[in-house]
Design a protein around this ligand. Structure first.
Ligand SMILES: [Zn+2]
Length: 241
């Protein structure tokens, strides 16, 4: 979100904001990203949300074994946002269990793009989140507000000249009401796929099943099926147009 004062405030990519690693690791090594806790309530699979409006400019499916090079990110999504200060601005989400966007797809801030996991080079489940400005990885915490805690319980110390983005008081503009939705279901379900196809809806499987665009009515029909068979379901923002 672009603020009136010219700053960019990114949306937290997870509902839970607990930092397990900062821009520098506790060991002092350069991480150039933040890691966020995903393990809560007995599950490591949590929805991941776009940090700002943008276009998906890279997706990567993990090959299931390689832990070096780009494959170290595992299942990964990168989004290009509007330029900031004359430079490109991108965010990256790594180690996902699945994603439900395609390269070239437009996404809205807060839109579901996938689910956390432990793919690629990981010792445990977490979300690896990068902010890339002008092609260089920056400290994501200076693009986010200060609404977070740390896994160690110690207060985070910003680097010299760094600070959180202040969230303006008047924001929280109401979400646009648009009845068209998209559904994203973890994994495959033959019954839901058959029903969606019978309703004439587009169905794709990337690493998750993507259905839509769909009307509110069709979305509710499929949601009811998903609940019955225990599938995780999340509605999505509409596509443009
Ligand atoms: Zn990381």
């Amino acid at each position: 979100m672009r603020l009136k004062n010219g700053e960019t405030l990114l949306n937290w990519p997870l509902a839970l904001h607990v930092l397990t690693a900062g821009y520098y690791y506790n060991s002092g090594g350069l991480h150039q990203a933040i890691d966020l806790r995903t393990n809560q309530d007995g599950s490591i699979v949590k929805p991941v949300y776009a940090a700002e409006d943008g276009t998906v400019d890279q997706v990567q499916a993990w090959d299931g074994r390689t832990k070096t090079g780009m494959q170290s990110y595992g299942n990964m999504v990168r989004i290009r946002h509007a330029d900031y200060g004359g430079k490109s601005l991108q965010t990256r989400y790594a180690h996902l269990s699945s994603y439900c966007v395609k390269q070239g797809e437009q996404v809205r801030e807060g839109q579901l793009i996938g689910y956390t996991g432990q793919t690629g080079n990981v010792y445990g489940a977490h979300l690896h989140f990068e902010v890339i400005w002008g092609g260089v990885r920056r400290n994501p915490l200076v693009w986010l507000d200060d609404d977070f805690t740390t896994a160690t319980g110690k207060e985070y110390t910003y680097g010299a000249g760094e600070h959180a983005v202040a969230r303006p008081a008047e924001e929280e503009k109401p979400m646009e009401q648009n009845p068209m939705q998209r559904l994203c279901i973890v994994g495959e379900d033959a019954d839901i796929r058959a029903k969606a196809e019978a309703l004439g809806l587009s169905v794709q499987t990337v690493t998750a099943t993507l259905i839509g665009p769909t009307s509110e009515g069709d979305a509710m029909t499929l949601w009811a099926m998903a609940l019955v068979c225990g599938k995780e379901y999340f509605s999505r923002y509409p596509e443009e147009g």
